[in-house]
Structures are given as structure tokens and as C-alpha cells.
Design a protein around this ligand. Structure first.
Ligand code: PMP
Length: 378
């Protein structure tokens, strides 16, 4: 059987990884500034993470969600403590798309409405509901397209004010758009969204799947705006590679048995992974590192030739180039052994581990500088 051709892929196969580095089948070493698309939060093969998962697998890896699993409570308690959302409750699932699906359901059950406001260049996942609120016509299948979703320009407070009314079920915003180009939601836009959702009884959902889990320098990037969403979705960095997602739910939402659920959500291994990640973020002060190393990297990048704009917060960085990014990214990968991501044609996206060291940032800056200055000299 062949694999269904889903993603364009590089020929390099990483077979071993440690911290911010990966090694391929030939033994070549690469600096990983992509973190498996914002998934590797605490670094590859972190000893505490490996020990926790190994130990858990030796005890019990899975039973079912019809029994008590204390690890879920431990995870929720630690997540509440580190994020500042102690009074919210946690629903556990397996991915970002699934978290958003469940957030939409929670919102709709809560106020009985069905219209959703999403934003230009938004990405929320590829399942039916999540793809319907994603602004990418090529990935919304006809069966998933719906009239219930309205897309507004991102960061446009006036457009949002005009569109809001008592039929709106939910407004869903990425605190920092990832796939759409590393666009930071402005503080005033988030505050306006909060205020309008309160006025009209709509549910404010912050999709923190990519920008959350300490990456921005705060646990959730919307915390820079001092607002509290009704629902917060998370995944990616939550498990450092183990599939896990979640919805943080404001206490005003009522739980009804059977309304939400999933076979694998909150299983023993996933919880062990989630707990290990939170332990390391706390113990190693990784939010502070993301803020500091991210600020350093962004500042240095701004002065390099060929760089038009640097966007983002902490270790979620978009480098918009004056020319298409593809050639530069290929040079970084094949000549300098550095993995990066992309956002559209012109933007390089960096989503490294939150433990990225300054010396690794310097290595990237040096390689980047060499490539762009060699180009400008030709
Ligand atoms: N929301 C955002 C902001 C994302 O970036 C992504 C993944 N790129 C998703 C949701 C979907 O997550 P998953 O791939 O885990 O379903």
C-alpha cells in the first residue's frame, strides 16, 4: 500500500533528537527551529519527559475514560496553576482541531446559537467544524462549507463591532495567527472582542493551539491584553510530541454527560506527557526563556538585509522577507542544516523549543546573515 500524498515533504529523515537538535539517517546534525510545527515545547527527548512516559507505560498506558484517572486531575491542577486559569475546568482530547470542534459545540450548546465569526487568514484545523472556520477555500470541502460562518478582517475592531448582534454564537480568534503569517492580535482588538461578546451574549474562543503553552512569553498570548476568554483551546506544545489537546472552560458552562467525549482523550500516557511538559516549563522557567531569547532573536533579525518585517512574540517569530522565502529556507536546511517553517510565500516562521539557547539563536543569525549578504553582494 502507498501512503496518501498529503504533505510536500523533504527527503531528510530525522531519526534521533535531543534538545533543539535532530540527526538524520546519515548522522548529520540539524538545528530545529520548527519544533515539529510548534509541538516540541520543552525540547526533544527531555530526560524528565522520557522518564515520566516510560514509567507510566510500565504501570498502565491506557484503560478507558469510564474509570477514574487521577493523572487527569493532576494535569488540570498543574495547568490551572501555571496558566492562571485555576477556576476553569479542562476537557481533554487529542488534537487542535478536536479542541476547536469541542469549543464550538460548547459555545453553541451554551447560548443555543449557530453563527460564528472568524477572521481572514485564520487556521483552526481540518475537521468539519474547524475547517469551516478556517480561511482557506482550498481546504474547505463542499460538505463542510456553511453559511453560519462569517470571516472578518483580522484586527479590525470597527468591522467586528458592525458584525456583532444577538445571533452570533461565538467569535474565534488566534492570539497570534500562525499558519496565516504570524500576525499578533492587537491588545485593543482582543479587548474589543471581549467587550462585544459580553454585550451580545456571544462566546469568546481563543485558539491558543499554536501560540499558547508559554511560547509567547506568557502562558497564553491573549494574557498580554489582560482579557479572559470564555473558552481556550490548546494542543501542540501541550504534549511535546504526544498527541493531546484540551479546552479550558469558564465555570459558567454546564457539563452534560455524553455531550463531549473521545476514546483516547485524557488517557494515562497523554496525561503523563502533559504533566511532564508542565513540570519542565515551570522548573526550567521556559516562559521567561521564550520571552528573552525570542526578543533577542527578533531584535537581531530586524537589522539583517533582506528582512522586511519581523512579527510575533517570544519564540513565535515570523520573518517577512523582501523576496520569496523558499530559496532561503532550502539553503538554511540543506547547506546550514537548520529546520525552519513557512507562512505563505514570503514569511519564514520560527517555532523552536521554548528552551532554545542564545548560542543556537546566534548560530541561526550567523547562517541567515551569511546567506542574505552573499545574495546582496551578487
Ligand atoms: N489551531 C491552530 C492555531 C493551528 O495552528 C493548528 C495546527 N496548525 C490547529 C488549530 C489544528 O491542530 P491539529 O493539527 O492538532 O488538529
Amino acid at each position: 500500500m502507498n501512503l496518501f500524498d498529503v504533505y510536500p515533504i523533504y527527503t531528510i529523515e530525522p531519526v534521533r533528537a535531543q534538545g533543539s537538535y535532530v540527526w538524520d539517517t546519515e548522522g548529520n546534525k540539524y538545528l530545529d527551529l520548527y519544533g515539529g510545527h510548534a509541538v516540541i515545547s520543552i525540547g526533544h527527548a527531555h530526560p524528565h519527559y522520557v522518564a515520566k512516559l516510560t514509567d507510566q507505560l510500565n504501570k498502565i498506558g491506557f484503560y478507558s475514560n469510564s474509570v477514574k484517572i487521577s493523572l487527569q486531575e493532576e494535569l488540570a491542577q498543574k495547568l490551572g496553576e501555571l496558566s492562571g486559569y485555576e477556576n476553569y475546568s479542562l476537557f481533554l482530547c487529542n488534537s487542535g482541531a478536536e479542541a476547536n470542534e469541542n469549543a464550538l459545540k460548547l459555545a453553541s450548546f451554551h447560548n443555543g446559537r449557530k453563527k460564528v465569526i472568524a477572521f481572514s487568514k485564520a487556521f483552526h484545523g481540518r475537521t468539519a467544524g474547524a475547517v469551516a472556520i478556517t480561511d482557506n477555500k482550498t481546504i474547505i470541502a463542499p460538505v463542510n462549507a456553511t453559511d453560519h460562518v462569517q470571516f472578518l478582517p483580522f484586527n479590525d475592531e470597527a468591522a467586528l463591532e458592525q458584525a456583532m448582534n444577538e445571533e452570533i454564537c461565538a467569535v474565534i480568534i488566534e492570539g497570534i495567527q500562525g499558519v496565516g503569517g504570524v500576525n499578533v492580535a492587537s491588545e485593543s482588538f482582543l479587548q474589543k472582542a471581549r467587550q462585544l461578546c459580553d454585550t451580545y451574549g456571544a462566546v469568546l474562543i481563543l485558539d491558543s493551539v499554536q501560540c499558547g503553552y508559554g511560547r509567547s512569553g506568557k502562558f497564553f498570548s491573549h494574557q498580554y491584553a489582560g482579557i479572559d476568554p470564555d473558552l481556550i483551546t490548546t494542543a501542540k506544545g501541550m504534549g511535546n510530541g504526544f498527541p493531546i489537546g484540551g479546552v479550558l472552560i469558564h465555570p459558567k458552562f454546564k457539563a452534560v454527560h455524553g455531550m463531549l467525549g473521545t476514546t483516547f482523550g485524557g488517557n494515562h500516557l497523554a496525561c503523563a506527557a502533559g504533566i511532564a511538559v508542565l513540570d519542565v516549563i515551570k522548573e526550567e522557567n521556559l516562559m521567561a526563556n521564550a520571552k528573552q531569547t525570542g526578543a533577542y532573536l527578533s531584535e537581531q533579525l530586524k537589522s539583517l538585509p533582506g528582512v522586511k518585517e519581523v512579527r510575533g512574540r517570544g519564540l513565535m517569530i515570523g520573518i517577512e522577507l523582501e523576496e520569496p522565502a523558499d530559496t532561503l529556507r532550502k539553503k538554511l536546511l540543506f547547506e546550514h542544516h537548520i529546520f525552519t517553517g513557512a507562512s505563505g510565500k514570503y514569511t519564514i516562521r520560527l517555532l523552536p523549543s521554548l528552551a532554545l539557547k542564545q548560542e543556537d539563536a546566534d548560530l541561526f543569525l550567523e547562517s541567515f546573515g551569511k546567506i542574505v549578504s552573499a545574495k546582496t553582494l551578487v
